[in-house]
Design a binder for this molecule. Structure first.
Ligand code: SF4
Length: 140
């Protein structure tokens, strides 16, 4: 579905930082935890204890009291510079590369879909690979 590329430009809505349906968790690689810990100036183990939870042998961010991510403050990510891989690669995830999903589900809450620069198929492939590779290491 992305043979001709796809237009996407983040509009800063924070919509992808609020859980809905199947998109409920922020899964974390060890690199994600290290990078976020550096941004917060704490050790990786302290970051993991304070902000993460292991579920099905995979690390994820703990849930906040609301549906929003615990790092979303006033509509902005507090750890944006070190945000997790799945946040950086959004919305170019393998499961979203289906015209029906992209046009109906993703476009419904992500105002960046259809905006800005057209991403080439090569660019999209690169991001999809990065996201796919990170998914392989969630448990470590
Ligand atoms: S870590 Fe930041 S970018 Fe990722 S879901 Fe939380 S607030 Fe959004």
């Amino acid at each position: 579905m992305y043979q001709k590329g796809l237009r996407f430009e983040c509009q800063g809505s924070g919509g992808c930082c609020v859980s809905r349906g199947g998109y409920g968790y922020v899964w974390m690689t060890i690199e994600d935890r290290r990078r976020m810990a550096r941004v917060l100036k704490i050790s990786t183990s302290a970051f993991t204890r304070r902000y993460c939870r292991k579920q099905f042998d995979v690390w994820r961010l703990k849930n906040a009291k609301t549906a929003a991510c615990l790092f979303l403050k006033n509509g902005k990510c507090e750890v944006y510079k070190g945000r997790p891989t799945q946040c950086r690669t959004w919305p170019f995830w393998p499961e979203n590369m289906n015209a029906k999903v992209w046009d109906k589900e993703i476009a419904a809450f992500c105002p960046g879909v259809g905006k800005g620069r057209r991403r080439s198929p090569q660019e999209i492939e690169k991001v999809l690979k990065e996201q796919g590779a990170s998914e392989d290491t969630y448990g470590s």
